[in-house]
Design a binder for this molecule. Structure first.
Ligand SMILES: O=P(O)(O)OC[C@H]1O[C@H](OP(=O)(O)OP(=O)(O)O)[C@H](O)[C@@H]1O
Ligand SMILES: O=c1cc[nH]c(=O)[nH]1
Length: 170
């Protein structure tokens, strides 16, 4: 089996603890979680279970909202978004696996706001790496990693969850 670049289970436990503390401190105990397809949904599922959140998990697929959509087009079998709760006035926790340029989060926020106006959005990511191209930061970061120039990190899953680092051309 491929070795994970980080201990995912321990990182998820630690994120859950910090997220719970943050939500309690800000009076946002009643939250709805939304994972970004696909790795973000796996992380959101893990946090949803650990937090014991009662609102069903939401999933969004940002394909239509990507700022390079006209360049890459759409995969014919793209999985649709599913937000099984009203977004209006809800405290949302948006979850993704990797935060890099911030463009995926920008697209996800646009999509969420098309469903309604949330009371707040808290961002939780498993890993963040440098390279932001937009003024977007996460509230909860599992691990900060510094891949070498040209390396790409990817979360494999859903079972087991493994974070791999690949050089360009591999
Ligand atoms: O901050 P950014 O520069 O937007 O990068 C982060 C995004 O990149 C990856 O998704 P990707 O679109 O590569 O697809 P994947 O979920 O299939 O890996 C990852 O899952 C994040 O959603
Ligand atoms: O390294 C990276 C950069 C963008 N998105 C990823 O998933 N990994």
């Amino acid at each position: 089996m491929t070795d994970s670049a980080i201990d995912i289970e321990a990182t998820l436990d630690d994120m859950t603890q910090r997220l719970r503390a943050l939500l309690t401190a800000s009076g946002r105990d009643d939250v709805a979680l939304i994972g970004i397809h696909s790795g973000g949904v796996w992380i959101a599922q893990a946090l949803h279970e650990r937090l014991g959140t009662t609102t069903p998990l939401g999933e969004i697929n940002i394909t239509f909202y990507r700022d390079d959509f006209s360049r890459i087009g759409m995969h014919p079998r793209v999985k649709p978004s599913n937000l099984p709760f009203p977004v209006e006035d809800r405290h949302i926790v948006l979850v993704d696996d990797v935060l890099y340029t911030g463009r995926t989060i920008r697209a996800a926020l646009n999509e969420i706001f098309d469903y309604g106006r949330p009371a707040s959005v808290t961002l939780a990511v498993l890993v963040e790496r440098g390279g932001r191209e937009l003024p977007i930061q996460a509230d909860i970061i599992g691990q900060t990693i510094t891949p070498a120039q040209g390396e790409h990190v990817k979360l494999l899953g859903p079972e087991p969850l493994v974070l791999v680092t690949k050089g360009t051309g591999q």
